[in-house]
Design a protein around this ligand. Structure first.
Ligand code: KIV
Length: 267
């Protein structure tokens, strides 16, 4: 029986130079699989809007939906550290509103931490959340909730002004007390520089190999998402093809009267 992963476990891994693993997922079964193989952190990402709900961006996901999925994921994990994304407009309206909503996530789902997108603008809020006792994960670089403002899905930080802003945002999160910061779609050399000088744990997605850990979406890494494949995704299985073949076989067997046989029938 493995011990529950905590903030302390994660910092120990960073100090020892051991890579931290994170998977973003939305349901009981996949969370259980992640936990069984010893993935350190399970994130209930608001990417569920696109991957689970089939929407065009993460902007439409509600707080109630995040809570619903996080509760299911929580039931699937015994040891992994559970992080829940705060969806668009659940923390931007006012500090009071944001604190109430983060508190709801912690109380109703059993999460170990919340994740918020943004930099300098949300540093004060993060400081307050941390002082209340809520561990916070930051998220900078490409921030999907700002897809319209950023002008589409793209690498962030290649141009000098963007790199400087990224560094300022990162520093602000670190100083505010975010114990972990996700770096999404940023040049490898920048992620390396930020990780090297950072007190916070860095987790990369499309940020190269130098971060303290990596995150991928479950459905991407098992090959269930077929229509899009960003450069940073590696498919470790052909999940969609495996499932298609199973469904095809089931269809054929039912149509031919092969399934159910005696073996699957009650006498
Ligand atoms: O929503 C999500 O799944 C995420 C990760 C990809 C970092 O934010």
């Amino acid at each position: 029986m493995h011990e529950q992963v905590t903030v302390r476990t994660l910092f120990k891994k960073k100090q020892e130079g051991k890579k931290i693993t994170m998977v973003s997922t939305y349901d009981y079964i996949s969370a259980k699989l992640c936990d069984q193989v010893g993935i350190d952190c399970v994130l209930v990402g608001d990417s569920l809007g696109m991957v689970f709900q089939g929407l065009e961006s993460t902007l439409y996901v509600s707080l109630d939906e995040m809570i619903y999925h996080a509760k299911a994921v929580k039931r699937g994990i015994k040891r992994a550290f559970l992080i829940v994304d705060m969806p668009f407009m659940s923390y931007q309206v006012s500090k009071e509103d944001a604190i109430r909503n983060c508190g709801r996530v912690m109380k109703e789902t059993g999460a170990n931490a919340v994740k918020l997108e943004g930099g300098e603008d949300i540093a004060e809020l993060i400081h307050k959340l941390v002082s209340i006792g809520i561990p916070v994960v930051g998220h900078v670089g490409f921030t999907p909730q700002s897809v319209h403002a950023l002008g589409g899905y793209r690498l962030v930080g290649k141009k000098e002004d963007e790199a400087q802003k990224l560094k300022r945002d990162f520093k602000a999160l670190e100083e505010a007390g975010a114990f972990m910061i996700v770096l999404e779609s940023v040049p490898s050399y920048l992620a390396q520089e930020l990780t090297r000088d950072s007190k916070s744990i860095t987790i990369g997605i499309g940020a190269g190999p130098h971060c303290d850990g990596q995150v991928l979406v479950f459905h991407d890494l098992v090959g269930l998402v077929e229509d899009i494949k960003p450069k940073f995704v590696k498919r470790y299985a052909q999940g969609a093809e495996v499932f298609r073949q199973a469904l095809q076989k089931y269809k054929e067997e039912v149509e031919k009267g092969i399934f159910p046989s005696e073996e699957e029938s009650y006498g």
